[in-house]
Ligand binder design. Structure first.
Ligand SMILES: NC(=O)c1ccc[n+]([C@@H]2O[C@H](COP(=O)([O-])OP(=O)(O)OC[C@H]3O[C@@H](n4cnc5c(N)ncnc54)[C@H](OP(=O)(O)O)[C@@H]3O)[C@@H](O)[C@H]2O)c1
Length: 355
């Protein structure tokens, strides 16, 4: 029996590029792998970036999609960690040993990078988390290494990690992004205080409910950020996480963090002047939230070993979501809406409801 998948024929810059819902084979799970029926697949900015630029694509047509939740359908040899019928969540990969995309009805995954969905959340909610939770956690807890690395903090899942940074301020630019929301939640678990973020004012109460202590209006001039931060805390800020990393926010965060501090970016391009970085002794790194990419697998496995528990305890929460109509066929419109801009919201499609 074939399955339905959303495929893109060429990068969207090509005149004849189009999305098609096509029949493709259902893959067989090998040893240590499971076949998962995808019931919910969430949309991320990287999906439209890949669709427009062809980045990470080695051949066309290509699948897309980095976030999913579903039900285990079949077990590969030796799998004891999961049973048929288990509700699970997982991320796609653009750089793993085998590329995995989630805008399709069935996916094979290594059990190392799959987590059970606890009973306190739905599959739709679960699908909103894998990509941004990994990006938040890797950014904070991966070892310090450049250019791809983390802030080197003690993870909350390690002994002594909980509350370790009590009394230490952190600035998280763009708290209402999915990445920002999960970074705020991990920062709270790590004990940071104050947790200062930027967002549209209508998201302030929501972000405070996740753990932010101060929400600065993102419309304020970014040149005022260092002074606004100093008015909140007299302590030098040593840690910053920029969850949008456009040139203006990178530079404002760099100026808000004290000399010798550390900042983490989510984009490929570092916009802060290199000479200034050296002069101030600031550590600047870029995160890569792909749990199966080379160099990320070890921390990816550790995160997945603790993911279910963090969600079950209500310590890491799903993002607010809207379900798209028409199964896989509804995704291209969703990507357009995502590109135009959404506010603290994730779009989720139901691949099994594709006609
Ligand atoms: N490096 C990696 O591995 C990796 C992984 C995942 C994502 N990313 C990147 O991380 C970024 C965030 O991804 P996401 O999925 O979390 O985004 P998202 O949820 O789609 O972000 C939407 C939010 O962005 C906020 N925003 C946009 N520009 C802002 C600015 N200048 N200042 C403050 N807030 C701003 C808006 O906040 P308001 O509603 O409050 O206005 C909006 O709610 C994207 O650039 C994505 O490509 C990188």
């Amino acid at each position: 029996m074939p399955q339905k998948a959303l495929l893109l024929t060429h990068a969207l810059t090509a005149p004849d590029a189009k999305f098609v819902v096509a029949d493709i084979a259902v893959p067989e799970p090998g040893p240590g792998h499971v076949l998962i029926a995808v019931h919910a697949a969430a949309l991320n900015p990287v999906d439209w970036i890949v669709a427009e630029t062809g980045r990470y694509v080695s051949s066309w047509p290509t699948g897309l999609g980095m976030d999913a939740a579903g039900v285990v359908e079949r077990l590969g040899e030796g799998v004891v960690k999961f049973g048929v019928g288990d509700r699970v969540m997982f991320a796609g990969t653009v750089a793993g040993p085998t590329i995995v995309t989630t805008f399709q009805q069935f996916v094979v995954m290594s059990v190392d990078f799959v987590a059970k969905v606890p009973s306190n959340i739905s599959l739709d909610q679960a699908a909103t988390m894998p990509c941004t939770v990994a990006t938040a956690a890797f950014g904070l807890y991966q070892a310090k290494q450049q250019p791809l690395g983390g802030l080197g903090l003690t993870p909350v899942w390690e002994e002594g990690g909980r509350g370790k940074y009590a009394g230490e301020p952190i600035v998280i630019i763009a708290g209402a992004t999915g990445v920002g929301q999960h970074t705020i939640q991990f920062a709270k678990l790590s004990g940071f205080s104050p947790i200062i973020t930027t967002a549209s004012p209508h998201n302030a109460a929501y972000l405070k409910s996740l753990g932010a202590t101060h929400v600065l209006d993102r419309a304020l001039p970014l040149s005022a950020l260092p002074a606004r931060v100093r008015a909140i805390t007299a302590k030098p800020v040593l840690y910053g996480y920029d969850a949008v990393s456009v040139p203006e926010t990178q530079n404002a965060l760099f100026d808000a963090v004290a000399p010798g501090g550390q900042i983490l970016l989510v984009k490929r391009t570092v916009a802060v002047d290199e000479a200034k970085v050296v002069e101030r002794g600031t550590y600047v790194a870029r995160v890569f939230g792909d749990v199966q990419a080379p160099g990320m697998q070890e921390i990816g496995r550790t995160l997945y070993a603790h993911f279910t528990q963090l969600v079950e305890a209500g310590e890491i929460k799903p993002t607010r979501l809207e379900v798209l109509p028409d199964g896989l066929a509804g995704i291209p419109d969703g990507l357009q809406r995502l590109k135009k801009g959404i506010s603290a919201l994730k779009f989720v499609a139901h691949p099994q409801e594709t006609s």
